[in-house]
Write a protein that binds this ligand. Structure first.
Ligand code: GP9
Ligand code: MN
Length: 625
């Protein structure tokens, strides 16, 4: 049958050809997008099939329209999907990231980006629109043949629906396979390009749309309204004292978030070599919070940043950085900005990772120095080596208008700790050589050395005593598989007792106050959520909507974890398991010994969730006035 005949045949009316062409055009564009991100990424047969299937399913949608609108329907589908591909391309050029519907609400940031959009366009982008003249011609032709097109009847609609569902089968299979190989990646969306490379860029957008739609459908479920949120803050007990308030007011604030830094490495040696001599010195001469626990959930590094900078809990599902970048926040940066500080975040990875490029403006960072801005002269693992990162960051801070708040996030000590081992110095690891723990110790030793060089640089430039320097670990790096090696290293029989393992996962939190005016060890239970209020106190600001406490003016520690468990200075309670542990002995005790803690913990989480889900910070701020 010739094309002419096909076009003329009644059943295969031109509309099916048009649907096929639309699918072909759309599929080709998204495949090109995949190829742009990484050559060969659309080569996996199932990914290819899933991409084609989804394109066909979307191209079927106009067939449900009344016949006079169908031609326009195909153009509509092709037009918006082409816009989507183009937005992705521009977003990749600007953020090294893909577009997400979740970032649609970031109107405030649009003006900043708008100027660059024109600059980001490239002549070859015109190729994306090459199919349009052909489709327009065919659509017009279809319109002329209106009467020959079958009207939308139930049988026909059913057939189209069945075909569409069939086309989506490879999508379902691909997503299922991805979820098995990379659990949690779809709900946290920490690296959108990585997801799109695996399942296909068009399918990534479909997942993005479906997850957003299902959240909206399920609604905002905390059951806690604004009045209750305001009430919770009003009823909050006042601080016990105001010691050291504003002791570093007007000074710079430099916060270092160190990748996978755990506290067991401090004050330990291996083969006669001190693992973290620089952190040890800082801890000795500064404020050292020795009982600090990470509170991160699905968002790892991003959750740590979020906890510290906003004093809110991580999102109950998904990740605050990728889900709520459109919200308004009170943060360390917003509080200091109000006092005339310049605010900047520095990190040697792609700006789109963890949605940072979108989240930082919402956290009131004026500037984000990413691998786009650094000279990427040496790479370890995921990005710029810590050595180069600190060397260049020092240079940037030196030129920075003061006072400033600089938030630095390191990268080289990232799991699995073996990515570029030849680039970092060895340690006399003995029988730990080649193990994950051994590699971890090497990475941490390397990170410590770079921190030492950075601190020496700050001193040389006259910045050290003009700044508060805070350092903490974002989350543990070692896994359960490392337990036997770690027990041997620590010289304990085993770490299978939950309390022993919980403690082995503690992170450091160290603060150096200008001229080392404050020193001391603090053993109250500390969480990352306490870091913002504690630094705020030293800087003379108040983070009114933070859930943590200023540790310099607190009598007792209280740390709530995202899963609803919590600990104080005595016990660790896991309500879901109906068990509690004495933190000193590791023995179990009944959770009912902590009745207040349980309701306090629940309340904190639900009020924080209500703020996040309802974007309540503006109303809360108004209520404080
Ligand atoms: C990526 C880095 C690592 O930029 O922050 O993130 P993580 O995998 O630890 O969340
Ligand atoms: Mn991390």
């Amino acid at each position: 049958m010739t094309l002419q005949k096909i076009l003329k045949s009644r059943f295969f009316g031109g509309e099916l050809v048009l649907a096929g062409l639309t699918a072909l055009a759309v599929g080709w564009k998204f495949m090109t997008l995949n190829q742009t991100m990484m050559k060969g990424s659309a080569g996996d047969p199932l990914t290819l099939l899933a991409l084609t299937g989804t394109s066909l399913a979307l191209a079927c949608l106009p067939l449900f329209l009344p016949r006079r609108f169908r031609g326009a329907g195909f153009l509509f589908v092709d037009f918006w999907l082409t816009i989507l591909v183009w937005t992705d391309l521009l977003s990749l050029r600007y953020y090294s990231d893909l577009f997400s519907l979740r970032n649609l609400g970031l109107g405030t940031q649009l003006s900043a980006v708008a100027d660059s959009v024109m600059a980001l366009m490239e002549p070859k982008d015109a190729l994306l629109w090459l199919d349009f003249p052909v489709l327009v011609l065919l659509a017009l032709r279809l319109r002329k043949r209106l009467l020959e097109i079958p009207p939308l009847d139930w049988v026909r609609a059913g057939a189209v629906l069945a075909a569409g569902a069939l086309f989506l089968v490879p999508f379902g299979l691909r997503v299922e396979r991805f979820q098995k190989t990379c659990p949690g990646a779809l709900s946290s969306m920490w690296d959108r390009p990585a997801v799109a490379l695996s399942i296909g860029s068009l399918n990534y957008h479909l997942v993005d749309l479906l997850s957003l739609a299902s959240e909206r459908f399920r609604g905002k479920g905390t059951g806690v309204g604004l009045e209750e949120v305001v009430g919770w803050f009003q009823e909050r007990p006042a601080k016990a004292s105001h010691r050291y308030h504003g002791i570093a007011a007007g000074k710079n604030l430099i916060v270092l978030q160190v990748e996978a830094l755990q506290s067991f490495v401090l004050n330990r040696s291996i083969g006669g070599v001190e693992i973290t001599p620089n952190l040890n010195r800082l801890a000795r001469r500064g404020l050292d919070f020795t009982e600090t626990y990470h509170q991160t959930a699905m968002g790892n590094s991003a959750d740590a940043e979020f906890l510290v900078n906003t004093g809110l809990f991580p999102a109950s599902t998904g990740v605050a950085y990728t889900r709520y970048a459109g919200n308004e926040f009170n943060s360390i940066a917003s509080a200091l900005k109000a006092k005339g500080y310049a605010t900047l975040a520095l990190h040697g990875d792609r700006p789109g990772f963890w949605n940072r490029a979108r989240m930082y403006p919402s956290l009131s960072f004026d500037r984000f120095v990413s691998n786009r801005d650094f000279t990427v002269d040496s790479v370890i693992g995921l990005g710029l080596s810590d050595e180069s990162f600190f060397r260049q960051s020092l240079f940037i801070l030196k030129a920075q208008k003061t006072p400033f708040y600089a938030f630095l996030i390191t990268l080289s000590s990232h799991y699995p700790f073996n990515m570029d081992l030849d680039k970092i110095p060895d340690l006399p690891l003995g029988d730990l050589a080649g193990t994950e723990l051994g590699n971890y110790l090497r990475c941490i030793h390397y990170a410590d050395r770079q921190i030492g060089a950075f601190v020496a640089g700050l001193r040389r430039e006259g910045l050290l005593d003009e700044s508060v320097l805070a350092i903490y670990g974002d989350h543990p790096g070692l896994t359960v598989g490392d337990r036997p090696d770690l027990a041997r290293f620590l010289g304990v029989p085993d770490l299978s007792n939950p309390v022993a393992w919980k403690k082995a996962q503690k992170i450091p939190f160290i603060v150096r106050v200008p001229r080392e005016r404050l020193r001391g060890g603090f053993s109250l239970a500390t969480g990352q959520i306490d870091i913002g209020p504690t630094l705020g106190n030293l800087m003379g600001t108040d983070l009114q909507t933070a859930f943590g406490q200023d540790l310099l003016n607190a009598r007792h520690g209280f740390v709530v974890f995202r899963n609803g468990s919590f600990l104080d200075d005595e016990a660790w309670v896991l309500p879901e398991l109906d068990v509690a542990y004495n933190l000193r002995t590791g023995q179990t005790q009944t959770p009912s010994e902590q009745p207040d803690g349980l309701s306090r913990a629940r309340r904190k989480l639900s009020v924080s969730d209500a703020i996040l889900q309802g974007n309540l910070i503006p109303e809360l701020n108004a209520s404080f006035q």
